[in-house]
Write a protein that binds this ligand. Structure first.
Ligand code: SF4
Length: 274
């Protein structure tokens, strides 16, 4: 008999929606049972990369000056050394290679992007309510990485790291929920319309430094309206999973490095693909 007494709240964010899309069983483990899984290597790398970059933008916001490259690199290297202690065993590169990749990637990103950007806000949080008929409203929360000044107007930015040899593609941009979701939340919080969104992408490779990417995508009123619909659907799905206590596994590429493999195999009596 599945448990059906999970605590529910009205809060929804992009990472919950992404997790529900990837795998309902993983979502149930995380948000129903409250089991936190250690991050995969790529996730830990991306989070550690943000530590120094955020500090750089905060410093620049306060002082108008760039943080020296060496200080940003030191922060990111310190963050990844700490993070690797918790990474899933056997996942990703070992410490010396990872530190080297982090130092190179941070240096290039600082030179090509971070030192040229004029920040307006770092990790601004929004929390807005979407009314639902006959039910409590959905509280949609989020924090884009950065608001930057672009030709006199604000633009929302998400920082990414990738080890893909060709970098991010148009398909990656099209598949991302962040442009529409963050633009919608930012607008609903009373900050005005954001006509386009940027991905600032740091690329890493073991043997050499790789150029960064800046990918710009427009956000149309139709996309914001579509995102609103998606939030309603996601909120219903979330309620269903937590109230029924059932989350179906979704076997595929996302099983590699998943922190819930053992729970999944035990519950569904089937080995997830490697
Ligand atoms: S192993 Fe695969 S199917 Fe199982 S919880 Fe993880 S992502 Fe879902």
């Amino acid at each position: 008999m599945p448990r059906t007494d999970f605590p529910t709240d009205d809060h929804l964010n992009i990472s919950q929606i992404g997790m529900m899309q990837r795998c309902e069983f993983a979502y149930l483990m995380r948000y129903g049972h409250g089991v936190k899984s250690p991050p995969a290597w790529a996730q830990a790398f991306g989070r550690a990369f943000e530590v120094g970059i955020d500090a750089h933008y905060e410093h620049k916001l306060e002082s108008g000056e760039n943080m020296p490259e060496g200080d940003v690199v030191d922060r990111n290297v310190g963050a990844i050394v700490e993070a690797l202690e918790e990474v899933l065993p056997g996942d990703g590169l070992k410490l010396p290679e990872t530190v080297d990749a982090m130092a190179k990637t941070t240096r290039v990103f600082h030179g090509e992007i971070a030192s040229l950007v004029t920040p307006l806000a770092v990790q601004p949080t929004f929390s807005v309510e979407l009314p639902r008929e006959g039910r409590e409203p959905i509280r949609f929360v989020g924090h884009p990485d950065l608001v930057m000044d672009s030709l006199g107007g604000p633009v929302l930015v998400d920082n990414k790291t990738t080890g893909k040899s060709g970098g991010w593609s148009e398909a990656d941009v099209a598949a991302s929920l962040q442009p529409a979701a963050y633009s919608l939340g930012y607008e609903m919080a009373g900050n005005g319309l954001i006509p386009h969104f940027e991905f600032h992408i740091a690329r890493w490779e073991l043997k050499r430094e790789k150029k960064t990417q800046v990918l710009v995508t427009p956000v149309t009123p139709e996309e914001r309206a579509g995102m609103k619909q998606m939030l309603f659907v996601a909120a219903s799905k979330k309620d269903w999973i937590l109230q029924s206590g059932i989350g179906l596994p979704n076997y595929g590429w996302q099983c590699r490095g998943c922190g819930y493999r053992e729970h999944c195999q035990k519950e569904w009596r089937r080995k997830p693909p490697e």
